[in-house]
Design a protein around this ligand. Structure first.
Ligand SMILES: Cc1cc2nc3c(=O)[nH]c(=O)nc-3n(C[C@H](O)[C@H](O)[C@H](O)COP(=O)(O)OP(=O)(O)OC[C@H]3O[C@@H](n4cnc5c(N)ncnc54)[C@H](O)[C@@H]3O)c2cc1C
Ligand SMILES: *[C@@H]1O[C@H](CO)[C@@H](O)[C@H](O)[C@H]1NC(C)=O
Ligand SMILES: *[C@@H]1O[C@H](CO)[C@@H](O)[C@H](O)[C@H]1NC(C)=O
Length: 531
């Protein structure tokens, strides 16, 4: 045996070409034989390949016949399937794209311009909640809806601070930061991660103790896909009251929306940290007239009486009255924020494909100074002219301002009043339509330049946007990657590069916005040594 094994690996390395047979041989050789990997490996000839590929393409822009397709897909049900995928993709010179919920706005979890494989995590979805310990282990392939459901099944007074759309995958969401409507009280998802299991570029399975604090730091907001495949996460659950209160108030420009949004900027990040008031702004037509609709969506971690008193004290202009307040359990508030009618069964959180997919594009910005009323008027005018793009304003402050910018790779903590999400989505097929809408959202982004953060103009990694810069083909240089890297990570970019260089020097885990390894971008190492 001891003679045969090295022989096999040399043989695979030098002689075999990548056919489905030779790849399967390699995969089987490097995974647990009691969990046959062949049963979860899909080559294009397999009738299951197209539906599995499509199932988690959540942006129709990347679902066309010309979209690059993977050489094969592995849908791991066991950690050894991930280990084998890494070892064999290295051997056959294939890239790996790891997909959890598939919501990457630019499709980077399931396509590449060079030959690649998808490690598709959707089967790894266990959630183990420990009520006594107030912690949980959640697999990357779970959705945040499944996580919320599992917590609520066990407790009415525990929750977790993560995103709003229940079909978002834990793997991408956590490794990119993860914010939601409890952010002002509890911070981001990654601020509540205690441990993780990762398979690294050597195929080793590591936990927090064995990966070390640098790598553990990096995967909490630095984007998991630059560092390995994260299998599962241990999280700290947070206390939620048995009764929370929500409201939704809509105002058009004719109903003083402008004034209210202007005022909102002065209170949203300073108000009681149990209150999160998001504003969604969209161009609409009312009685044949174009206007802007401002929708104020709120979650308050307390009852309606307390909320009324907080609002009366801090934001009376909105005119909140008791009739607009709805009291409910925390899990019901998750559904309310996900736009389900009050009273909907929590079972919808288990539906992974609740809505029809659309074509979409998103961008992000941070606002650090209140925007003047005159400037807001100009912005509304631009939005009405463009007709399609929508804004979501998410307030910061509270806990966010108390955590150091260096605590996790996510640097947008202190000094931001709110984050803007730009969003455009459509149902019509065709290149021309797409071009038109992409033009519109980019035009609006340009228009916003004077009102948002600068040097660098910051972006949120989980609102993936390739417009802000991408790596070229091959191994990215530090200079190339810092163009987009500083926008997502500011001064944390350098530490991410150090970690990457240490844990994946040969830059196996690479993609359009992966952290570069100084060991594989040689020119930069010498550049950096210059005085
Ligand atoms: C409707 C909707 C609502 C949203 N709301 C919010 C919100 O409220 N708050 C918020 O913060 N974000 C929100 N987002 C953005 C969301 O957090 C990101 O799109 C997130 O990255 C999606 O994770 P995913 O696992 O579904 O995506 P994927 O496309 O599977 O992955 C995204 C990225 O993470 C990598 N990755 C995925 N899994 C792993 C893994 N196991 N190991 C290593 N790398 C991995 C991928 O390779 C890719 O680079 C929303 C998105 C949508 C579509
Ligand atoms: C709102 O506050 C004012 C004083 O600041 C007070 O007179 C009034 O009764 C309060 N209203 C409610 C509904 O709490
Ligand atoms: C990237 O760098 C690694 C390690 O230095 C090297 O083996 C590999 O060939 C490089 N890839 C490309 C495409 O240049």
């Amino acid at each position: 045996m001891s003679v045969i094994l090295p022989f096999v690996s040399i043989f695979l390395l030098h002689v075999l070409t990548a056919t489905s047979e030779t790849i399967l041989q390699c995969l089987s050789l490097h995974s647990d034989p009691s969990r046959p990997i062949s049963a979860v490996t899909y080559f294009p000839k397999n009738p299951s390949y197209p539906p599995i590929l499509e199932a988690y393409i959540r942006n129709l822009r990347f679902s066309s016949p010309t979209t690059p397709k993977p050489t094969f897909i592995v849908a791991p049900t066991h950690v050894s399937h991930i280990q084998a995928s890494i070892i064999c993709c290295k051997r056959f010179n294939l890239e790996i794209r790891t997909r959890s919920g598939g919501h990457d706005f630019e499709g980077l979890s399931y396509m590449s311009q060079t030959p690649f494989v998808i490690v598709d995590m959707f089967m790894l979805k266990s959630v183990e909640v420990d009520v006594e310990d107030q912690t949980a282990w959640v697999d990357s392939g779970s959705t945040i809806g499944e996580l919320y459901y599992a917590i609520a099944e066990k407790s009415r007074v525990l929750g977790f601070p993560a995103g709003v759309c229940h079909s978002v995958g834990v793997g991408g969401h956590f490794s990119g930061g993860g914010y939601g409507n409890m952010m002002r009280r509890f911070g981001l998802s990654v601020d509540n991660v205690l441990d993780a299991l990762i398979v690294d570029s050597e195929g080793r399975v590591l936990d927090r103790a064995t990966m070390g604090e640098d790598l553990f730091w990096a995967i909490r907001g630095g984007g998991g896909a630059s560092f390995g495949v994260i299998v599962s996460w241990k999280i700290r659950l947070v206390p939620v009251p048995e009764v929370v209160t929500v409201f939704r108030i809509e105002k058009t420009l004719e109903q003083d929306a402008s004034d209210l949004v202007f005022q909102w900027q002065y209170v949203a990040d300073k108000i009681h940290d149990g209150l999160f008031i998001r504003v969604v702004l969209s161009p609409v037509t009312r009685s044949d007239r174009k206007t802007i609709k401002a929708k104020f969506n709120a979650l308050f971690l307390g009852n309606s009486q307390e909320l009324l008193s907080v609002m009366n004290q801090s934001f009376p202009q909105l005119g909140l009255v008791a009739e607009q307040c709805i009291q409910m359990s925390w899990i019901q508030s998750v559904l309310f924020w996900d736009n389900y009618p009050v009273g909907t069964s929590v079972d919808v959180l288990l539906q992974r494909h609740a809505t029809k997919e659309k074509f979409l594009k998103k961008k992000s910005d941070y606002v650090q100074q209140p925007i003047s009323k005159a400037a807001l008027e100009g912005i509304w005018k631009m939005m009405m002219e463009l007709e399609k793009p929508v804004f979501t304003f998410n307030p910061y402050g509270g806990k966010m301002g108390e955590i150091s910018e260096f605590e996790t790779p996510f640097p947008h903590r202190f000094g931001n009043i709110f984050k803007i999400q730009y969003s455009v989505s459509w149902d019509e097929e065709g290149e021309d339509v797409a071009k038109q809408y992409l033009y519109q959202i980019r035009r609006l982004y340009d228009y916003m330049t004077p009102y948002v953060s600068y040097s660098p103009r910051s972006s949120y990694l989980n609102y993936r946007d390739v417009d802000i810069g991408v790596n070229g083909p091959g191994n990215a240089t530090y200079a190339q990657a810092s163009v987009w890297g500083r926008k997502y990570f500011k001064r944390n970019f350098d530490r991410l590069v150090q970690v990457k260089t240490k844990v994946d020097p040969s830059n196996f885990f690479r993609y359009e916005q992966s952290i570069p390894s100084l060991a594989s971008a040689h020119s930069i190492v010498s550049e950096k040594k210059k005085p």
